[in-house]
Unconditional design. Structure first.
Length: 432
C-alpha cells in the first residue's frame, strides 16, 4: 500500500503544486482565513469529502474511517504580517505566507486524498485532517475584539480547539512545518520553546517639548531606562533554557513637539523551562515598575499566556523517520533540534502524543520578505509521501501504535492547563 500511495501522490502532484501556489497567493491573518477555507473546501469536496466539523471561527476538519487509533493530521491556515513581500496583502497588515503554512495545507490535503484513493479504510482506525487557524500570535487587537464579542475564548487556534474539545477523541497527532535550514532535508524530534506575551504601557505626562519640558514626565525615557534594565537581566539567563526577551515599540509618543505621554512596548519572554519563563516574566514586570517609578511615570503591564514548550513524542518521531529514510541519508536529517521558536502545537502536545517534523524546499528567510518556495517537488510531494506512509504504518501495525501511546504521559490535566491560561487573561492588567 505504501507503493500505491506514493504513486497516487505522484499522479496528483501537478494539482497539489497548483493548490499550494494558489494558497500561497491568498494570505490571511489568523481567524480571518475565510478565502483559504473556501479554496480548501472546494478542493476536498471535488475529491468526495464532506466537512465533518467546523470550529474556532475558521477551522474545519475532514475524516476517513472510524474507531481507533484516531490519527490527527494538522495543517495551519494563517499568514503573518511581512512588509515588502511580493505576495503580501496590502489591505491587511501586509499578510504573507512567509511561515509557509499554506504549504502545510496543500501537503496534508494531498495526503488525505491519496489515502482515500488507496482505500486506507480497510484498516481499523480513523484519520482526521484538522485545518487549524491562528497559529501566529499576532493581530492581537482584532483577537481581543473577537474575545470581547464572545466569538472565541482564546487568542490562538489550537488553544481555542482544546477549549472546544475538538481533540478529545484523538489518539495522536502528526504535524509538519517548513524549515529555513537547507543544510538538512528533514528535521526529526524537533522541540519548541514556550512564551508569554507582555505588553508594557509607560504612562507619563505631556507638555510642550521645547518650552515646558520640566512640567512633563517623559514616558519614552521611562521605557529607555527599562530597556537598559532588561539588557542587564539578560546576563542572568540560563543558557540551556535558551531564554529570550525581545519586542517592538508599537507606540513611541504622540507628536515630536510634545513630551511623550504614552509609550507602548510589546514583547515575548521565551524559554524551554516553563517555571523559569514565569520567573523571568515577573522579573521584567518588576523592572518596568521601578524604572517607571524612578522617573515619576507609571507602567501598566498586561501578561497573556502564549504557548507552552513543545516536547515531541520520541517514539512517534522514530516512526516518521523510518519513512524519511526512503528519500534521504541519515546525515540529512536534523535530530533533536531545540528551536527557540514557539507554536500552539506545544499546547496540544501536553495531552496527546504529537510531533512536528521539519521539511525543506523553502528559499530566502522564513518570516522575511524574500521567502519563497524554491523546490516544489521536494517540498510538496516528498513531504506528503513521508506523512502518508507514516499513517499507513500506524494503521497497518497496531503494535507500533500501541507502543507509541503507552510511551506517552500527559504533562498536565485539562483543568490545570485552563487554570494556567485563565490565571492571567487577555483582560487582566497590572498597574503600577
Amino acid at each position: 500500500m505504501k507503493e500505491k500511495v506514493q504513486k497516487c501522490l505522484d499522479e496528483m502532484s501537478i494539482k497539489t503544486i497548483e493548490l499550494g501556489r494558489k494558497l500561497f497567493e491568498t494570505p490571511e491573518l489568523g481567524f480571518k482565513e475565510f478565502k483559504t477555507r473556501e479554496i480548501l473546501i472546494k478542493d476536498l469536496k471535488e475529491a468526495g469529502f464532506e466537512i465533518e466539523r467546523t470550529f474556532a471561527r475558521t477551522g474545519f476538519s475532514v475524516s476517513l474511517g472510524s474507531g481507533h487509533p484516531h490519527i490527527g493530521l494538522i495543517a495551519e491556515l494563517d499568514a503573518i504580517p511581512t512588509l515588502g513581500h511580493p505576495q503580501a496583502d496590502l489591505n491587511d497588515q501586509s499578510a504573507a505566507h512567509t511561515c509557509a503554512h499554506s504549504t502545510q495545507c496543500a501537503i496534508m490535503t494531498s495526503v488525505i486524498k491519496a489515502l482515500k484513493e488507496v482505500n486506507v479504510t480497510e484498516f481499523d482506525g480513523k484519520i482526521t485532517l484538522f485545518f487549524t487557524p491562528a497559529e501566529e500570535f499576532t493581530d492581537m487587537a482584532f483577537r481581543r475584539e473577537l474575545i470581547s464579542k464572545g466569538e472565541i475564548a482564546y487568542p490562538a487556534g489550537k488553544i481555542q480547539m482544546l477549549h472546544e474539545g475538538i481533540f478529545d477523541d484523538v489518539d495522536l497527532c502528526l504535524h509538519l512545518h517548513a524549515m529555513g535550514n537547507d543544510e538538512y532535508r528533514f528535521a526529526s524530534d524537533s522541540h519548541l520553546a514556550g512564551f508569554i506575551y507582555k505588553k508594557f504601557t509607560f504612562v507619563g505626562k505631556a507638555s510642550h517639548a521645547a518650552v515646558l519640558p520640566h512640567l512633563g514626565v517623559n514616558a519614552l525615557n521611562a521605557f529607555t531606562l527599562f530597556q537598559s534594565a532588561a539588557g542587564m537581566l539578560r546576563e542572568t539567563f540560563v543558557d540551556e533554557d535558551k531564554n529570550r526577551f525581545h519586542g517592538i515599540v508599537t507606540e513611541g509618543g504622540q507628536t515630536v513637539n510634545s513630551i511623550p505621554e504614552r509609550v507602548v512596548y510589546e514583547g515575548y519572554v521565551r524559554s524551554f523551562n516553563t517555571s523559569n519563563m514565569k520567573l523571568l516574566s515577573d522579573k521584567l514586570t518588576h523592572a518596568a515598575k521601578h524604572c517607571a517609578e524612578a522617573l515619576g511615570a507609571e507602567c501598566i503591564v498586561e501578561d497573556t499566556p502564549g504557548y507552552l514548550p513543545f516536547k515531541p513524542c520520541h517514539e512517534l518521531s522514530l516512526a516518521v523517520e523510518e519513512n524519511m529514510l526512503h528519500f534521504c541519508q541519515p546525515k540529512e536529517i536534523l535530530h533533536d533540534e531545540k528551536s527557540v521558536a514557539a507554536g500552539d502545537i506545544g499546547d496540544l502536545g501536553l495531552f496527546v502524543p504529537t510531533i512536528q517534523f521539519g521539511y525543506g524546499g523553502v528559499g530566502g528567510v522564513i518570516h522575511g520578505k524574500n521567502m519563497f518556495i524554491e523546490d516544489e517537488e521536494r517540498l510538496y510531494i516528498e513531504s506528503a509521501k513521508v506523512t502518508a506512509m507514516t499513517v499507513i504504518d500506524l494503521l497497518q501495525h497496531p503494535d507500533k501504535t500501541k507502543r507509541i501511546l503507552e510511551s506517552f504521559t500527559p504533562q498536565m490535566t485539562k483543568e490545570e492547563y485552563f487554570n494556567y491560561l485563565n490565571s492571567k487573561s487577555m483582560k487582566n492588567s497590572t498597574h503600577y
